[in-house]
Design a protein around this ligand. Sequence first.
Ligand SMILES: Cc1cn([C@H]2C[C@H](O)[C@@H](COP(=O)(O)OP(=O)(O)O[C@H]3O[C@@H](C)C(=O)[C@@H](O)[C@H]3O)O2)c(=O)[nH]c1=O
Length: 186
Amino acid sequence: MEFSRTAIPDVVLCKPTVFYDKRGYFFESFKKEAFENFLGYQVKFCQDNESKSVKGVLRGLHYQLPPFAQSKLVRVIYGKVLDVAVDIRKNSSTFGHYVAVELSDENKHQLFIPKGFAHGYKVLSNEAIFSYKVDNYYHKKSEAGILYNDSDLNINWQVIDDNLCISDKDKNQPVFKEAKVFETIY
Ligand SMILES: Cc1cn([C@H]2C[C@H](O)[C@@H](COP(=O)(O)OP(=O)(O)O[C@H]3O[C@@H](C)C(=O)[C@@H](O)[C@H]3O)O2)c(=O)[nH]c1=O
């Protein structure tokens, strides 16, 4: 696995080494030791999630508030998405900035998004299966979000289809200026 820091250095891109042969392929999708050696700290993943979406779906921007804040290690096992992480740590020099990367079954890239970021993705393929690890359990009352098309964040989602499919919850998320943010950098 090759790790590299993105424009927001706490968000890390992970590129696995893929071994192809006549049967197909093999790769290590997660190896705690290498991952934590690169990060320089421990991450105790405790829950794995998977979701399937069709073209036009946009999920996000989501996060959980402390003490249930979550770090996420996200990837796509089928299809292609544009994945977005927004820095919502008040004391960060990149507060309000975002990182956007394409994750697909072809590139097999993963994105590590630490606590203090809002996360979302837009499906770019006909279907996509999204899979991710989190290091804190789902806690409904701690869920928070930001409107995906907030004008201050000004996220370039690449394509916003006429048939944009978004949950009622996400249509009604607060704008960035009114969203709950993180007071500390973890
Ligand atoms: C996230 C989550 C949802 N649920 C339930 C709640 C609800 O009934 C159903 C669907 O939930 P949602 O609509 O919030 O699913 P979704 O919009 O896919 O939520 C996810 O979006 C992406 C962008 C993230 O970053 C994730 O952390 C997560 O918030 O699943 C769980 O039981 N456990 C979980 O961990």
